[in-house]
Ligand binder design. Sequence first.
Ligand SMILES: C[S@@+](CC[C@H](N)C(=O)[O-])C[C@H]1O[C@@H](n2cnc3c(N)ncnc32)[C@H](O)[C@@H]1O
Length: 252
Amino acid sequence: MAQEEGGSLPEVRARVRAAHGIPDLAQNLHFYDRWAPDYEQDVATLQYHAPRLAVDCLTQALPGPPHSALILDVACGTGLVAAELRAPGFLQLHGVDGSPGMLEQARAPSLYQRLSLCTLGQEPLPSPEGTFNAVLIVGALSDSQVPCNAIPELRVTKPGGLVCLTTRTNSSNLQYKEALEATLDRMEQAGTWEGLVAWPVDRWELATSELEVVSGISAKDGFISGIVYLYRKRKATQVEEVRSSPQPPAGP
Ligand SMILES: C[S@@+](CC[C@H](N)C(=O)[O-])C[C@H]1O[C@@H](n2cnc3c(N)ncnc32)[C@H](O)[C@@H]1O
């Protein structure tokens, strides 16, 4: 499937639709290996803006000068998030991804200080707890990619640091989105994270099938919708305060 150049919109739609339909994580990562040389051109054709949206959301809330922030880009792919982060001056960037092919593309432009192969859901992130001022996962939270049970791995965020996540909200991803939001709610209820932003975006990327455009509950002008979440990891003292504060009675 790998081609020298990205394809036309119908070809790109077919390719991304195929990726969404792969039921197994290992197969999906192989798919990304083969797609890697064409990935950036293809997602540009698809008008995929999640990296810019996530970075805008994160950088508005991240305190301190950009050059002092250490940031982890989880499921970094070819480095689209890093390219967005470097523009306003964020230079201390680490990336992890489960696809060697995608990492190879990310390595070439020297966007990251460190890149590691890591399959979320099967392996821990290769950094100690509390390492990063901010952690992002963009474009990888869906079925057969990063499972919701990998979210607690974002313990690598410093206390007081930020976590930025994106997912699609079109009909085919709604079940995953519900499971993700249940996981995020549990992180909040445990006092570990504090929700700052949930930003729905109508024009996330072009739909990959006519079905989504015609019958999708969120399709607009051929686009599917998505959402950006921003959380702050609480400091240990705040976690204690949340846990010791009176909880509302459980529902019936
Ligand atoms: C759609 S791409 C997004 C890449 C980049 N974040 C972006 O927005 O352009 C999804 C990436 O997630 C990676 N990925 C999917 N599941 C993963 C997992 N369980 N662990 C690590 N990486 C994963 C893929 O290899 C791929 O590079």
